[in-house]
Design a binder for this molecule. Structure first.
Ligand SMILES: [Zn+2]
Length: 392
């Protein structure tokens, strides 16, 4: 049965309950409704099968208030398609993960093959009995997306996906609402739901992976810009005479410190004899990857550490500009390259704190994501539940 809030009150009540069960009294305070309106709207949501009664709250002096929660039958699905992997998770209405699967997969296989794989992974979870019904699906992809049309638009690292009707095709296949966004916005939503950003209205999520991008959250909502490309900071030019980028320009941040660029520089260092550690990886595997540089830093290889410091410095310069412009309350660093941890973080911090005004940075932590690989699927599920609980 589809989830359809009947009015704006329902939509707001459902979004409050998404954060967890609460008493009718607390709910009334959160949405500012009169006692009688609240009571009739909550009862209606119970009749619709969207909310369940869940016992009585401890007394606050008067009559004990009934606890309500989202119906336990609600299911959302988050699909996080990365450049080299697919993650799928099933969540309850509160977006807690009930089960998940992940597999390495190359997004360049094209939309038909990749989406079929995602559906096969979802079937695995359904076979485990995790999702008898599905009320909404959110998908993140590693490239620019027209949020309104539900299609990727000229994504540089996703050949064959341009204007592919992802939202429409999966909506038909699954018979429920489907939402599509880029992977960075989806990760930012994941942090908004269960990371340190829960209590911060305005923040930036910097994703450093195969691509580089920035999720912009303003007043608790994703800011997408006029045509949906806000936050595409990987293509900000950091050097006029830099290496060529996948977008066709030269000197982009991503062409210096995206996963591919880092692997390229590490391999060059290995071949030039500047790093015995990386030369050994090259001899063993025939290639050097960004993950080798991470491992190299942990193993004390000075060249790996230098590569990460240089990258962190460039990211820091771009971020300092963003901080001056946007004045975020928090910056979260996420993505595969961000697993380089504290060497990277300290370099970024030192540039940003040195170059931005104290008023902007005085109360602005820069932290690594604590959600690991789950930010994408939680955020994708949240994207879908935002839409389903909007009543539109
Ligand atoms: Zn570029």
């Amino acid at each position: 049965m589809a989830v359809r809030p009947e009015n704006a009150h329902h939509a707001r009540l459902l979004r409050v309950l998404r954060e967890g069960p609460c008493s009718r009294a607390e709910l009334g305070e959160a949405v500012d409704l009169s006692r009688s309106t609240l009571s009739s709207e909550v009862n209606r949501l119970i009749d619709l099968g969207l909310v369940e009664a869940d016992g009585l709250a401890p007394s606050r002096g008067g009559r004990r208030s009934g606890i309500v929660r989202l119906a336990s039958r609600l299911r959302f699905v988050g699909i996080d398609i990365g450049a080299t992997s697919i993650d799928v998770a099933v969540t309850g209405g509160d977006l807690e993960i009930l089960g998940s699967v992940a597999e390495p997969f190359d997004v360049r296989e094209g939309p038909a093959v990749v989406l079929a794989k995602a559906m096969a992974l979802l079937d695995e979870l359904r076979d485990r009995g995790l999702a008898p019904e599905i009320h909404g699906v959110g998908i993140g992809v590693p490239g620019p997306v027209s949020f309104r049309a539900g299609v990727p638009v000229m994504p540089p690292i996703m050949p064959g996906w341009d204007r592919y009707p992802v939202r429409e095709e999966l909506g038909h296949k699954l018979g429920c609402p489907v939402m599509l966004d880029n992977d960075v916005n989806v990760m930012a939503l994941g942090e908004l739901h269960s990371g340190p950003a829960r209590s911060v209205a305005d923040f930036l999520l910097l994703k450093l992976g195969t691509g580089i991008g920035c999720g912009i959250v303003v007043d608790g909502r994703i800011y997408r810009g006029a045509s949906g490309s806000a936050g595409d900071i990987g293509h900000i030019r950091v050097d006029d005479s830099g290496p060529r980028c996948s977008c066709g320009n030269t000197g982009c941040l991503e062409a210096y410190f995206g996963g591919g660029a880092l692997a390229r520089d590490a391999e060059a260092a290995a071949r030039a004899g500047r790093s015995p550690y990386l030369a050994e990886r090259l001899a063993e595997n025939g290639v050097v990857t960004a993950a080798d540089v991470t491992a190299g830093t942990a193993a004390g290889d000075p060249t790996s550490t230098m590569l990460i410091r240089e990258g962190g410095r460039r990211v820091g310069h771009v971020l300092a500009g963003l901080v001056s412009f946007f004045n975020p309350g928090l910056v979260i660093i996420a993505g595969g390259v961000a697993q380089m941890g504290h060497t990277l973080l300290s370099e970024i911090r030192s540039v940003v704190y040195r170059r931005s005004l104290p008023l902007a940075t005085g109360n602005m932590p820069i932290v690594l994501s604590e959600l690991g690989g789950t930010a994408g699927v939680i955020g994708a599920a949240r994207l879908s539940s935002d839409q389903v609980f909007s009543g539109e």
